[in-house]
Design a protein around this ligand. Structure first.
Ligand code: DC
Length: 218
């Protein structure tokens, strides 16, 4: 069984996908973590994440192993477990820059499809229902208003939402959404056949229930 959850940055995909997977006894796969791992490798090696040639060269020297766990995941980058470092602000910014390169996408998609052969899973990302698993059993597109998404992002980092912090977070999120939606290969789109959920005014539990109801109803 494959369930896909796509959507823009800060829509709550990770929180929701994790809970849905737990309730269904499936594995949760955070595909964004893989792009973040490439951005982290670039950061560590002082490679410009927007330089496609250098990033491709770097890609040939790195090995990414993603291990889903009941409590989250482990991600090994050349043998080192790096999951905690994937949330660094520089890594977040670099992740959407490395994600535009065709070689990077091809490599990440092959890791994701391999996981799909092994596990029942709930995979979240930007192109999972549209490109990675177009024949998935269930597809969802999770969205929320930009201010709410910025507020959630700040709360995740324990930063108080002030006019200033909200404005700069909105700028960051919009820039990432713009890059993710406008790239040539597998941009962020609403996948064909996906159920759209706007979570702006919904609680986490309400979103999880809506997904479970759709899955169990079939
Ligand atoms: O979901 P996230 O914020 O951790 O994703 C980080 C970046 O990775 C996102 O800005 C774009 C890229 N990404 C992608 O291009 N395709 C995916 N399936 C998942 C993430």
């Amino acid at each position: 069984m494959i369930i896909t959850i796509d959507g823009p940055a800060g829509a709550g995909k990770t929180t929701i996908a994790k809970l849905v997977a737990k309730r269904l006894g499936a594995h949760h796969i955070d595909s964004g973590a893989m792009y973040r791992a490439v951005a982290l490798a670039a950061l560590d090696k002082s490679v410009d994440p927007s330089d496609s040639r250098k990033v491709a060269e770097l890609l040939s020297k790195i090995e990414i192993i993603y291990i889903p766990l009941p409590s989250g995941f482990e991600l090994f980058l050349n043998g080192e477990e790096v999951s905690k470092r994937l949330r660094l602000a520089e890594v977040t910014a670099g992740s959407s820059a490395v994600a535009v390169h065709p070689r990077v996408r091809k490599h990440m998609v092959s890791i994701q499809r391999e996981l799909g052969r092994k596990y029942d899973l709930v995979m979240e990302g930007r192109d999972i229902g549209s490109f990675v698993f177009p024949d998935a059993d269930f597809k969802f597109y999770l969205d929320a208003g930009i201010e709410e998404r910025a507020r959630r992002r700040l709360m995740q980092y324990n930063i108080k939402p002030t006019t200033k912090s909200l404005a700069s977070t909105i700028d960051d999120i919009q820039e990432r959404d713009r890059r993710d939606s406008s790239r040539q290969i597998a941009p962020l789109v609403i996948p064909r056949g996906a159920r759209i959920i706007d979570s702006t005014d919904l609680s986490i539990e309400e979103v999880v229930e809506e997904i479970l109801k759709a899955v169990k109803g079939r």
